[in-house]
Design a protein around this ligand. Structure first.
Ligand code: GLN
Length: 482
């Protein structure tokens, strides 16, 4: 097995036994990046020097037995998460030269010194999109078929993990941005409960929806990372002081007796037949392992997407107001202050960011606030309640992650509504705040299909338990032909 094929689990065992060094492991990934980037463009910045420095420090820590499980494991970071001293662009021209002055909590928790950041990955500008085509620095290409999108907005992170450029990657998920690209690229994508992981040091868009999470090769790997980065943080008051379970205890618990609901609305119109078939086959596998599978109904399933596209833009219009040409990033010259604002924002933001800012400003302006934003917040309560009720009867819900496999580059780029529909199965978990994971279910005409598992608030361990059992039962390894 080559070094770039290792999981976190395997690599950390080899590091601990001193069979390999972190420097070797890091060099293997850096050369993989060199070889594949012309094809994939998963990275906006490759941190060769920083990664090798980190690897040397990691090897020292390992030699001194000062290490923990993730020490020396090279990983990639979505470019809307602050790594101190590295540029953080959020794939926007407006932040093209912005160097992070501090470290996001998630990065600190993954090791600070002794942590090996391979680089910053591509995304849709400000994480707004489902294909990574909205990046101001050009799209990322799907490792399974480079004429297809990798999904978005964490498309760079998903492509990097799928292709073996990184052992794992961090992403953010506001409406599906970890799970949807994970599904398109055949990797595992975990979005924790809102409040499980600190948002300090993320480039915020939807402060009530954003959550950092993991793109990894296996369910176990994703939870090894979550274990390390989750938990209360003084710097983010929405990050809750909930007890963090020891996830390793849940890995092999199996699914015997777990009640799994298949919401029929998530298997209805618009889902590609082959996607449906593979996801139903995955449900069957869980049943064979002893889970109790039943069809059920989430009657509000048509509401989350519209609700999301009101709540998020309102939060965006507020969060993105800080990019004004004065405080951060790009500043265009003007005769007076409002001209500086106007010119900086007009030339700095891409069209999707502008679209969301306008929708959000409209929906929250005097005279429209009650009809749009307030209404959306009321509907959000309904949606959330339906999930809470469902989880009194079921341990898990199982759905496809996306209605289709990866679409072609350019196919939806000019049609925002068609693009928004790509998130129809993922946004509900953000609107209600519950945790969800996408796990590879197989290939349809050479392209990966993902199955989504959703659990109750702060019950991520059930995703681990069922996800690991599902992986074992499906027993395949997806590999792009690169
Ligand atoms: N694709 C969704 C959107 O365009 C989700 C974005 C995200 O999760 N950051 O809003």
């Amino acid at each position: 097995m080559e070094l770039h094929e290792l999981t976190i689990k395997q690599a950390s065992e080899k590091l601990a036994r001193k069979e390999i060094s972190s420097v070797e492991l890091t060099q293997a990934h850096l050369s993989r990046i060199k070889q594949l980037e012309p094809k994939l463009h998963a990275f906006l910045y490759v941190a060769e020097r920083e990664a090798l420095d980190g690897a040397k420090r990691a090897d020292q820590l390992i030699a001194e037995d000062e290490n923990f499980l993730l020490t020396g494991i090279p990983y990639a970071v979505k470019d809307n998460i602050l790594v101190s001293g590295m540029k953080t662009t959020a794939a926007s021209k407006i932040l093209e030269n912005f160097v992070a002055p501090y470290e996001a909590t998630v990065i600190k928790r993954l090791g600070g010194i002794g942590s090996v950041v391979l680089g910053k990955t591509n995304l849709d500008e400000f994480a707004l999109g489902s294909s990574t085509e909205n990046s101001a620095f050009g799209p990322t290409f799907n490792p399974y078929d480079t004429t297809k999108v990798p999904g978005g907005s964490s498309g760079g992170s998903a492509a990097a993990v799928a292709s073996g450029e990184a052992i794992f990657a961090l992403g953010t998920d506001t409406g599906g941005s970890i799970r949807q690209p994970a599904s398109f690229c055949g990797v595992v994508g975990l979005k924790p409960t809102f409040g499980r992981v600190s948002r300090y040091g993320l480039v915020g868009i939807g402060s009530s929806l954003d959550q950092a999470g993991v793109l990894g090769k296996t369910v176990e790997d994703a939870f090894l990372v979550l274990q390390q980065m989750a938990g209360k943080d003084e710097s983010d008051s929405t990050c809750l002081p909930k007890e963090l379970p020891d996830y390793s205890k849940f890995l092999d618990r199996g699914v015997k007796g777990l009640k799994v609901g298949l919401p029929k609305e998530y298997f209805a119109e618009g889902i590609e037949p082959e996607v449906k078939k593979l996801v139903e086959a995955a449900a069957k596998k869980l049943q064979e392992q002893g889970a109790e599978i039943s069809e059920m109904s989430m009657s509000n399933a048509s509401l989350p997407l519209a609700t999301y596209h009101l709540i998020l833009p309102v939060e965006i219009s507020s969060n993105l107001s800080r990019y004004d040409g004065i405080r951060y990033g790009l500043s265009a010259a003007g005769e007076n202050l409002s001209e500086v604002y106007y010119k900086s924002r007009s030339s700095g933001f891409g069209s999707e960011s502008k679209r969301r800012i306008m929708i959000g400003t409209y929906a929250s302006s005097a005279g429209y606030f009650d009809a749009y934003y307030k209404k959306a917040k009321q509907v959000q309560t309904l949606i959330k309640q339906e999930f809470i009720d469902a989880f009194t009867k079921y341990d898990l819900l199982l759905t496809p992650t996306t209605p289709t496999t990866a679409f072609s580059i350019g196919e939806k780029a000019a049609d925002p509504l068609a693009m928004y529909l790509a998130d129809i199965l993922t946004v509900a978990a953000n609107i209600s705040g519950v945790p969800a994971i996408s796990i590879p279910a197989g290939l349809s005409q050479g392209l990966p299909v993902g199955v989504q598992l959703i659990a109750a608030h702060f019950r991520e361990e059930i995703l681990l338990q069922a996800g690991h059992a599902l992986e074992k039962a499906l027993n395949f390894k997806l590999e792009p032909n690169l």
